[in-house]
Design a binder for this molecule. Sequence first.
Ligand SMILES: [Zn+2]
Length: 145
Amino acid sequence: MDKKTIEEIIEHAKQEYPKEACGILVKKKNCIEIYKMKNISENPTNCYLTDPEEQFALFKKLEEENNEIFAIYHSHTHIDAYPSARDIELAFYPNALHIIISLKNFQRPEIRMFKIYYNSEKLTKEDVLNLEVFKKLKVEEVKNA
Ligand SMILES: [Zn+2]
């Protein structure tokens, strides 16, 4: 992932703070396109929920253009950049990567990318802490100083 995209989603996370920000990244020929999504959660400082209508419209557009989701991102405002139990539970798109931006330290955001292996069985908190359910990917190295 390029530096510009990373900077832009961190910027989005900061703009939405103290609410969680969420969005979708789509890989185009020469770039990654960022679709910032609305967070319609009733508790937006602790979780995110995309607007189903907005999401449906985007999926329809992507299908027409023959494009696929590359990654789904969202921010954490006061916990580290690792998927929560809920994040894993809501990881419906097995091909999409998951990017989490943590603004726990607002001045030094952390960003990590994961592949979440969806498992139909309910995951416990221990499963989440056990790193086998998700795999850290390269963006892990990227920290915005
Ligand atoms: Zn989360």
